[in-house]
Design a binder for this molecule. Structure first.
Ligand code: SF4
Length: 431
């Protein structure tokens, strides 16, 4: 099997290059969207980047998501035009084979440091040799998603909801991706209209399913008409109450959030969206526009962030990220402990670090800015929430609780037993 960096990606079904094609170009542009392209905001930084590296591209080209997608940076030679690569990065990109290729939109590349290999965003998208080091406890599918697949591409782990893996394509490839085994092509996974149909049939035949999370890969890389086809089929199933889309596109390819797209999405309410943010450097005018368009379409937006060593595992980074997401109308929802995928040791930090960050947020800032910190239990155990320990113990009828400043307070809890086993701790606290 050819697993080279240049192996073609598995494209979403019916968008032109996959096995089940409708015979149309990959991303048919509507005239309206082309006309509006020039109206999308562009920061001075991204304008300067376009002028320097894409002097022939117009503002309308740059703001056309199809142009961005076509011009993604996908090989060593192109990458080296934009960035002075370290020896580690050069070697890692050169030896890469198989899924999770390099893929960076020109817009997102404009946010990367051309000189500093330790810049957080750069570390999340340019491989280093640490990717090829397998450490104990790591696995290609650490969450056991393949084991829990009811039919190919549909993970049914929790009783009332399913994860619908619609495509292996993303606009950019995050080096710590939980689904690195299946994104970007070159692997054993494929996606097709027939697979979608089998998943839809399974959902229709399973009345317990009330919630469908549409994910991938990134479902917002799918052509709008194909995505609408899927949403309309799911919405037609009477017991499906709730649709969610999980995506990083609003952050790495914000131009994709066209008026046409949001007009289509709003037809399928209740529709929610989980957006993947990593670092405050992603909070740009372009992303403010993409999230505003989604929020204005009545789509509740939740944020998902992976805790990453040396990238965002610091309160001084995480707090502005959480605040910025709120300003962008995105409620921070999950902070994930990084999954132990193969070659992720250089990204993983201790669970204590995550708890420390939550303790630094809770009570110190708006409750809306505090995500749930979860560990996705390896082997298919599902999400396990973790909280700093606010329960001190019990003193007779009173529960003893620690507040965000470390003060211990009593709550009358007659007849309760919670905290009784921590009597020793109570005495030590001197309450
Ligand atoms: S966008 Fe999501 S699915 Fe795609 S590489 Fe990044 S984390 Fe993985």
């Amino acid at each position: 099997m050819d697993r080279s960096l240049d192996a073609p990606e598995a494209e979403p079904p019916g968008t032109g290059t996959g096995t089940a094609t409708l015979g149309r170009p990959l991303f048919p542009a509507s005239v309206k969207d082309r006309e509006r392209g020039a109206a999308f905001p562009a920061s001075e930084r991204s304008r300067a980047f376009r002028r320097k590296f894409f002097p022939d591209a117009t503002a309308a080209d740059w703001n056309d998501w199809r142009w961005q997608f076509r011009h993604r940076i996908r090989d060593l030679g192109t990458l080296a035009r934009f960035i002075r690569l370290s020896d580690d990065e050069t070697a890692a990109v050169a030896r890469h084979q198989g899924p999770l290729p390099v893929g960076i939109t020109p817009y997102y590349a404009s946010l990367l440091s051309p000189t500093d290999p330790d810049q957080p965003l750069r570390r999340t998208h340019i491989p280093v040799n640490g990717e090829y080091v397998r450490t104990p406890g790591e696995a290609d599918d650490p969450l056991g998603e393949d084991h829990d697949a009811a039919v190919p591409g549909l993970v049914h782990r929790y009783p009332d909801r399913v994860l619908f893996l619609t495509t292996g394509t993303c606009s950019t490839y995050c080096r710590y991706c939980t689904r690195s085994r299946m994104v970007g092509g070159g692997g054993e996974y494929s996606f097709s209209t027939g697979q979608w149909q089998r998943a839809i049939d399974y959902i229709a035949a399973t009345p317990a399913i009330r919630d469908v999370l549409i994910s991938g890969g990134d479902p917002l890389t799918i052509a709008t008409d194909k995505l609408e086809w899927l949403l309309s089929r799911l919405r037609a199933i009477p017991h499906v109450e709730f649709l969610r889309i999980g995506s990083k596109v609003p952050v790495v390819l914000p131009q994709r959030i066209t008026r046409d797209l949001v007009r289509m999405l709003r037809r399928y309410h209740p529709l929610w969206m989980s957006i993947h943010f990593t670092h405050p450097d992603e909070l740009t005018p372009e992303v403010a526009e993409s999230t505003a368009r989604l929020a204005d379409a009545g789509i509740p937006l939740g944020g998902q962030t992976v805790l990453l060593k040396g990238i965002n595992d610091d309160l001084a980074v995480m707090r502005p990220l959480m605040h910025g997401m709120l300003k962008f109308r995105v409620k921070p929802y999950y902070l994930f402990q990084c999954d132990p995928i193969t070659g992720s040791a250089h990204f993983r930090t201790s669970v204590e670090k995550g708890l420390e960050i939550i303790a630094g947020l809770r009570g110190h800032t708006s409750g809306y800015a505090v995500p749930h910190f979860v560990v996705d239990a390896p082997g298919g155990g599902g999400k396990v929430p973790l909280l700093p320990d606010y329960l001190v113990g019990r003193d007779g009828e009173d529960l003893l609780l620690r507040n965000f400043e470390g003060g211990v307070y009593r709550y009358p809890d007659p007849g309760g037993t919670l905290g009784a086993s921590r009597a020793g701790a109570t005495a030590r606290e001197g309450v």
